[in-house]
Write a protein that binds this ligand. Structure first.
Ligand SMILES: [Zn+2]
Length: 183
């Protein structure tokens, strides 16, 4: 099993994570399932996540409503969820699942964890050992990991694949601004 991220999904995860830093973001993964991989085409951040100390908990009924709206409105399926692990004080964030993450993991579920830390140097994006993806953007250092749970089996980390992310280097400067005047 592996989890494949589209360009849209990759950018969505970065933006969602950076937006609420140093708080946690939470959202859903939309895409489709193939025999031995899960394709993530889009991510949708939840606006209603209740942020408790270091953990995000979702109201189950809200999740159901979102899932139903997705089914009714798109050809995509709800294939999993994601949340970020932000740096807390001086404590570095990791992509490891917390005890609550383990408890909340559903059978046949897939989760992406994005660890975000203050970064000091600009770092290109690429795969790191263990099937993770890491890199930096706007002074933050990010690391993404995917987890999956087969029915009645233990949660395992699965490779995260994103050809778009590899070699991705965040821009530091846009084009020069052009002055505009009223006509
Ligand atoms: Zn977590």
């Amino acid at each position: 099993m592996e989890v494949y991220l589209s360009e849209n999904a990759f950018v969505g995860l970065l933006v969602s994570t950076v937006e609420v830093y140093r708080r946690e973001c939470f959202g859903i993964l939309l895409g489709h399932r193939e025999a031995d991989r899960i394709m993530v085409d889009f991510v949708v951040p939840y606006q209603s996540a209740v942020r408790k100390f270091q953990e995000v908990h979702m109201d189950w009924y809200r999740s159901q409503r979102v899932a139903e709206a997705v089914r009714a409105a798109t050809r995509w399926e709800l294939v999993g969820d994601y949340h970020s692990h932000p740096m807390y004080g001086d404590k570095k964030a990791t992509t490891k699942l917390s005890r609550t993450d383990h408890q909340d993991f559903r059978d046949d579920g897939t989760s992406i964890i994005v660890a975000i830390n203050d970064g000091h140097r600009r770092q290109g994006w690429g795969y790191v050992k263990g099937g993770l993806i890491s890199g930096s953007i706007n002074g933050y250092s990010l690391r993404l990991a995917a987890y999956h749970k087969e029915e009645r089996k233990a949660v395992v980390r699965v490779p995260l694949v994103c050809p778009y992310a590899v070699g991705f280097m965040a821009k530091t400067k846009g084009p020069s601004p052009v002055e505009v005047r009223p006509e």
